[in-house]
Ligand binder design. Structure first.
Ligand SMILES: [Zn+2]
Length: 167
């Protein structure tokens, strides 16, 4: 983890995550989370947490954003993701400067994205407000991960899928 001052592009990605946070469907936890994936061409794809009345089916913002990138055929192009969130007050305001980090399930999803992208992803974590941003790596968040490589699947698999689609 690094606490060095975030770059302008990192701050822009955190801002995009915070914007997505406001679209959270989180009536049960009352905790809104937004995520924003940056692709190699600078495009940004957002996600927000999407809860369900059955609770266990709820989707995290990071998972939604990465799946959305995949749905656009861009899984192999992910280079960074920001996540931000905070509690929803009775007024509807989302606040709190405590930094949030991806849950265990999302760390596994991030590992999948990193291995399919074939590059080290930058994971930016922030609260709903405030200037503090932590930068993490997938390896730091999920050491000794089990991933596609353990099954003989490499980043070339995702690229081949895209190329066959475009052919
Ligand atoms: Zn999660």
């Amino acid at each position: 983890m690094t606490d060095s001052p975030p770059s302008p592009s990192a701050l822009a990605l955190v801002a995009a995550a915070r914007a997505a946070m406001h679209h959270a469907h989180a009536p049960y936890s009352r905790f809104a989370v937004g995520a924003a994936v940056r692709l190699t061409d600078g495009a940004i794809i957002q996600g927000s947490n999407f809860e369900n009345a059955s609770y266990g089916l709820s989707l995290c913002a990071e998972t939604v954003a990465i799946a959305a990138a995949n749905a656009q055929g861009r899984l192999a192009d992910i280079e960074a993701i920001a996540v931000a969130g905070g509690a929803i007050a009775a007024s509807g305001r989302i606040g709190g400067s405590a930094i949030i980090t991806p849950c265990g399930r999302c760390r596994q999803i991030l590992n999948e994205a990193e291995q399919m992208a074939g590059r080290t992803l930058s994971i930016l974590c922030a609260g709903a407000e405030g200037d503090a941003v932590q930068q993490h790596s997938v390896a730091g968040l999920l050491p000794h991960a089990f991933g596609p490589a353990n099954l003989g699947i490499t980043s070339g698999f995702a690229r081949a899928a895209v190329e066959s689609r475009d052919a």
